[in-house]
Ligand binder design. Sequence first.
Ligand code: GTP
Length: 210
Amino acid sequence: MTGLNALKMDANIVVLGTDNVGKSAVTVRFLTRRFIGEYGDIETIYSHSFSVDGRELTLSIWDSPYSQQDISTSSSLCEKRLQWADGFVLVYSICDRASFNMVTRLIQSIKATKEYMGLEKVPIAIVGNKRDLHHRRTVLSEEGRLLALASGCQFFEVSAAENYHSVIMVFHGLVDRIRESRSVIKKPAGIKGIVKSMSAVFARRRTDSL
Ligand SMILES: Nc1nc2c(ncn2[C@@H]2O[C@H](COP(=O)(O)OP(=O)(O)OP(=O)(O)O)[C@@H](O)[C@H]2O)c(=O)[nH]1
């Protein structure tokens, strides 16, 4: 990215996790700074523009209620989201062990589907929500951190109910990862690269004809 392009960026983010873990609460907290308590289960793609360090960012955030299809590698819905997404936010509740186990399965499913579709690795943020309910905790922070380490994901613990800042960190952190992954994937070959590969072809032809 150079010049003006370096100052602008668009990215698509999909938010996944089992029901009731706070996917909508985390998303709405990020978009509006508010926690409104109850959220319907409507599938929505939000668009949100903001600037960080002089950069203009436009995020499209796909928040959908939990569906069994999310973990099926053959599901066309899953493939559609994977093709669309530049990054994932996988939410579990620190009070719900089953929701944490599902995040592990979602990571495997995303990775397997990406591989199956021949797509590049996608940045993933693992988010343990409902940190304010620590007295009901059943998943240790360490477990989330270890899962992230083992799977090459980012890890955050947040409370959508009580803290705006921690939720902001999730999306900003993921955007940083997306930017990094783009600079690796989309690096152009450049004139040196083209000359190098052409010389390799001609060198091979010369040795073939000897
Ligand atoms: N105490 C506490 N409650 C939360 C927090 N985040 C969400 N909730 C509550 O958890 C419930 C579920 O939140 P939602 O955001 O609707 O969860 P969801 O994952 O989008 O749920 P589905 O739409 O069913 O998939 C609501 O009653 C929220 O008020 C949090 O950080 N702390």
